[in-house]
Ligand binder design. Structure first.
Ligand SMILES: Cc1cc2nc3c(=O)[nH]c(=O)nc-3n(C[C@H](O)[C@H](O)[C@H](O)COP(=O)(O)O)c2cc1C
Length: 201
């Protein structure tokens, strides 16, 4: 089983990095045979989508639509396509995902999807017919989990992009809220359990 763990924080060794690592530990505890690839977005050259439309015009039968931008996404897209499950971790910035995570989501949007027929003709549907799974880990500096509803457009965005481009159902989420005040220790166990949940049948 192949897992890609996407780490979307700008800060290594901090909240999201540690929670993603803990989720990976949960994956490995539940499925020792799992092959986990951690993808640290800030270490990669990931340019902005240019909306050139080349990927949207690609043959819908192709497993991955060719992107005209020659950057690290050329290597990352096959990795994303081949994976069976995903851990997605990113910090909440201004109520949603931070810029590097959004940039990444825009790049997978039409390269791993094709124009579908439902609910609106032309909306993205995954090129990969397999049914996959994902978990999402978000963190916020100030807003505690009780008030997540007021400061979490990220989960909705992740759920729809992962469904439409990666064919992945988000089976669990966590909101590590208020970390500037409460720290992250209290969230580590939940991240571990999310990792376990991801790979349990
Ligand atoms: C530009 C910016 C915007 C932010 N917006 C929010 C926000 O809307 N709500 C919030 O609670 N925290 C916000 N934060 C705090 C981050 O969510 C927090 O630092 C992050 O979750 C910590 O993750 P990290 O340790 O992996 O960087 C913001 C931080 C920055 C730099």
């Amino acid at each position: 089983m192949k897992i890609v763990a996407v780490m979307g924080s700008y800060r290594k060794g901090k909240t999201i990095d540690r929670l993603v690592d803990r989720a990976i530990e949960g994956v490995k505890a539940a499925r020792p045979d799992a092959q986990v690839e951690k993808l640290v977005l800030i270490d990669r050259q990931i340019e902005y989508c240019r909306n050139c439309g080349a990927c949207r015009r690609e043959d819908p039968a192709k497993p991955i639509a060719q992107c005209v931008i020659d950057d690290d996404m050329q290597e990352i897209l096959p990795m994303m396509r081949e994976a069976d499950a995903y851990v997605f971790g990113g910090p909440i910035f201004e109520g949603t995902v931070n810029a590097v995570t959004k940039t990444f989501l825009e790049r997978i949007c039409w390269t791993l999807a094709r124009a579908g027929r439902w609910p609106v003709k032309g909306c993205p549907e995954p090129r990969d017919p397999r049914k996959k799974r994902a978990v999402a880990i978000l963190s916020s500096g100030l807003i505690v989990p009780l008030f997540r509803i007021f400061c979490d457009d990220a989960t909705k965005l992740l759920k729809s992009t992962l469904r439409d481009s990666l064919s992945a159902k988000v089976v669990g989420t966590m909101y590590a809220g208020g970390v500037e005040k409460v720290g992250i220790e209290r969230y580590l166990d939940r991240a571990f359990k999310l990792g376990q949940k991801l790979v349990r049948e």
